[in-house]
Design a protein around this ligand. Structure first.
Ligand SMILES: [Zn+2]
Ligand SMILES: [Zn+2]
Length: 413
């Protein structure tokens, strides 16, 4: 069942009753007292150390709030400011040069070095291989949609792309997540539209159009996190931090020590890159959201962000309901139930997402802020509409992929 949003106690600042739920840090829904607090009982640890989680959550929350204030009520900028881009490049380029530099230095030490130098040379070359820039690949959990077997779905994607003035994706992929993405994969940077089927099933027709428009908007929103130079810096650093963390975890303290110095260095670089990238990343996300409002209408876009803010209770409802997860009806009914159940308290769900989704690692601004942003801008009518009949036809077309994912182990949720 959905969360019980009871109230207990009053706000020391404005005397409004607090939102207080079991195993949740209370906050004031009126003046937002304590909303910025990190809640270790509900939030996953990003960094594996609570004081650090708390500190970086506070930083992310503030950056979120600042981006929101800067952009609310205004037409969004098509591209970020120049100073931010230059800064991001300045942080990215040294990390891009790290691999070739290690390779050259390692090769030199191996050939010309004395004593232990050749060993160090080999280690440097191995390190260069580990951190070499790689073209992003489509994760294996995805299944490609054969366009010939989903003509109505492909037709809708093409219609929305045209309305967004965005190029049509070269591949459409689906997985079993409550998520969606657009990616550039391979050396040729092929455009992939990736849709989580449970999320697709959970959305009413208007919100489906808004979701497609947001994702296709990513192909035209000048997101510096995907730049040819800056994009690889994000992935390289994320991988480095990941490798160093898992080595340290497996190796115990003895092995941790040598990695500690190096790890911290990379880690600091990564955080710096995330902080500089976040500003333009959020501008790009809000811009894609604005494209969604332009194509699907502002009401459907804002409603989509509200649905995104209540995905956790949707998941819980499906899990408790014990119904077939490979069926559209399961997700559609659960989302419908949750939306109706929480309609009166939607602002509380938005606030919860603003607290819990504040993270330097988050790819998007919190759903609650996206909803508020969409509502802060002038009303727009939809330019593309999806009828119930066509939505049903698309569901029927996609049914084999629900089954394929289920047979492949699903990984639903
Ligand atoms: Zn208050
Ligand atoms: Zn996005």
């Amino acid at each position: 069942m959905t969360a019980d949003t009871g109230t207990r106690g009053v706000c020391p600042r404005c005397r409004h009753p607090l939102v207080s739920e079991p195993r949740t840090l209370a906050w004031c829904p009126d003046c937002e007292w304590k909303l910025a607090a990190y809640d270790p009982l509900r939030m996953a640890s990003d960094w594996g150390w609570r004081p650090l989680d708390r500190l970086l959550h506070r930083l992310a929350y503030r950056l979120d709030a600042r981006s929101f204030r800067r952009l609310a009520g205004r037409p969004p900028g098509r591209s970020g400011n120049l100073a931010g881009r230059v800064l991001l490049l300045a942080v990215s380029v040294p990390f891009l040069l790290a691999a070739p530099a290690c390779l050259v230095l390692g090769g030199y030490l191996f050939v010309a070095g004395l004593g232990l130098a050749p060993v160090l040379g080999v280690l440097l070359v191995l390190f260069a291989v580990l951190i070499r820039p790689r073209a992003p690949r489509l994760p294996r959990r995805f299944r490609l949609v054969d366009p010939a077997r989903a003509p109505a779905f492909v037709g809708l994607v093409e219609q929305v792309a045209a309305a967004c003035a965005a190029p049509v994706p070269q591949l459409i992929a689906v997985d079993a997540s409550l998520n969606a993405a657009s990616m550039l994969v391979g050396v040729r940077r092929r455009r992939v539209l990736a849709i989580g089927l449970p999320l697709w099933a959970a959305l009413p027709p208007g919100q489906r159009v808004a979701l497609l428009a947001h994702e296709l908007g990513h192909f035209v929103n000048h997101d510096s996190r995907r730049g040819l130079l800056t994009g690889p810096a994000f992935t390289t650093l994320a991988r480095l931090v990941d490798v160093l963390q898992s080595v340290a975890r497996r190796g115990g303290y003895l092995f941790t020590l040598p990695y500690l110095v190096l790890g911290w260095l990379f880690w600091l670089g990564y955080v710096l890159l995330l902080v500089t990238g976040l500003r333009d990343g959020q501008r790009a996300e809000y811009f894609a959201d604005d494209i969604a409002a332009d194509v699907a209408g502002s009401a459907a876009a804002a409603d989509l962000f509200d649905t995104l803010a209540v995905l956790e209770p949707v998941t819980r409802t499906v899990r408790d309901g014990g119904r077939d997860r490979a069926s559209v009806a399961t997700w559609r009914d659960a989302a419908r139930y949750v939306r109706r159940d929480l309609a009166e308290r939607m602002e509380i769900s938005r606030q919860r997402s603003i607290r819990e989704e504040a993270s330097l690692l988050a790819s998007h601004p919190p759903a609650g802020l996206r909803s508020r942003m969409a509502r802060s801008r002038p009303h727009r009518e939809p330019r593309v509409t999806l009828t119930d009949a066509l939505a049903g036809q698309i569901d029927a077309e996609l049914a084999p992929w629900y089954r394929q994912l289920d047979e492949a182990g699903g990984g639903w949720l």
